[in-house]
Write a new protein. Structure first.
Length: 367
């Protein structure tokens, strides 16, 4: 007979109670040692925390633990995972009441901090003053606000977040952790809430100064729909601002590239199909579409409504195919250009072909 108890905890339980599609299940184990779990076939995966993978389900099981702040930053905690740590003590260390509930294997809900009531009230409320020991929690609250429709930040929690920002705690975070929360927010149902909550606690300056200068209404329009990459590309920023934000957050290169392409080619391509052959050639050449068209597809997604962007990509694929095989004009008595002259001749031939193709599309009412 096992001497320890396992409880379902965290986001899975929260989302299930909200009627949302839950993600991966997380478990907390009370009354066990690491050796007991290893002997039972679990595999340890946590270097900083006692986290194990179940031998069959591969779900994460963490020993119940307490944490005490010892150093600045997100990782400056002393962890105690002694078997004497209770479930209530483990729940007490969590960030928000809605994330501090548990369910036993028998189905009993354990909710010592009022998380279920806060779910009903659509409230993001911190568990204790220990919330302020981890600056990442400011961004997590903003991200939960974006992911959970209709949730507001409790006044006392917002006040605590403001104190943390004023004390400069957000500057202790690593770019990787900030980037992770930012991308999760971009993938949410309402990414504008991430920025609204950070604005409310004066938390944009340290990591998002370029966004801080934007009107929230304009920002919200840019973030209405699309993939995280499309939403980032649509942010109404200059190329220099994109570069600054991407470097600060260490964003994936394709995020930066998509936004830079939008900055450079918005004037030409946002008017599609009313674009000249010369402008279209310049876009094709810089995006290297004759090798791969993924950057053009991303650009259209950033500039045009869904559906329109996909149709434009399909039509433009014809133009790419037609111009890829084009060669400079040649004939009797004409020498084949070389070097720079060849490049100029190829450019002229492709612009001419694009012009003929655009005229053909217009004549057949396909534009």
């Amino acid at each position: 007979m096992n001497e320890y108890e396992c409880y379902l905890v965290g986001g899975f339980l929260r989302d299930e109670l909200l009627g949302r599609s839950p993600g991966d299940r997380d478990w907390v184990v009370v009354g066990a040692t690491a050796e007991q779990l290893l002997d039972a076939g679990y595999r340890q995966v946590g270097r900083d925390f006692p986290v194990f993978l179940h031998p069959e389900s591969k779900e994460e099981y963490a020993l119940a633990r307490t944490e005490r702040k010892e150093a600045p930053g997100h990782r400056g905690f002393l962890v105690d995972a002694d078997p004497s740590v209770t479930l209530e003590q483990d729940l007490q260390r969590r960030d928000l009441t809605i994330n501090a509930m548990a369910r036993s294997l028998q189905g009993a809900l354990i909710d010592p901090l009022g998380g279920q009531q806060d779910l009903e009230d659509r409230l993001l409320r911190h568990v204790s003053e220990a919330f302020s020991e981890d600056p990442l929690r400011v961004l997590r609250v903003a991200r939960f606000g974006a992911q959970l429709s209709g949730f507001a930040v409790a006044p006392e929690t917002l006040a605590l977040m403001q104190q943390m920002v004023k004390a400069g705690q957000l500057r202790e975070l690593s770019a990787e952790r900030v980037c992770q929360e930012f991308l999760l927010a971009l993938a949410s149902d309402s990414p504008i809430r991430f920025f609204e909550i950070l604005e409310a606690c004066q938390g944009l300056q340290d990591w998002f100064p370029e966004i801080m200068a934007l009107p929230m209404e304009r920002l919200g329009q840019a973030l209405l729909q699309g993939s995280p990459q499309r939403r980032f590309a649509r942010l109404p920023l200059t190329e220099a601002e994109v570069d600054g934000l991407a470097e600060r957050l260490r964003l994936p290169q394709h995020y930066r590239q998509g936004a830079v392409d939008r900055c450079r080619h918005e004037a030409a391509m946002s008017a599609w199909p009313n674009v000249s052959a010369g402008h279209l050639y310049e876009v094709f050449a810089e995006l290297r579409v004759w090798h791969k068209s993924d950057r053009l597809v991303a650009l259209l997604g950033a500039l045009l409504p869904e559906g329109v962007a996909e149709e434009a990509a399909r039509v433009l694929a014809e133009g790419i195919k037609r111009t890829k095989a084009v060669q400079p004009a040649s004939g009797p008595g004409m020498s084949v250009p070389t070097g720079k002259a060849y490049g100029e001749a190829l450019k002229a031939a492709r612009i001419s072909e694009l012009g003929a193709w655009l005229n053909q599309l217009e004549d057949t009412d396909r534009l």
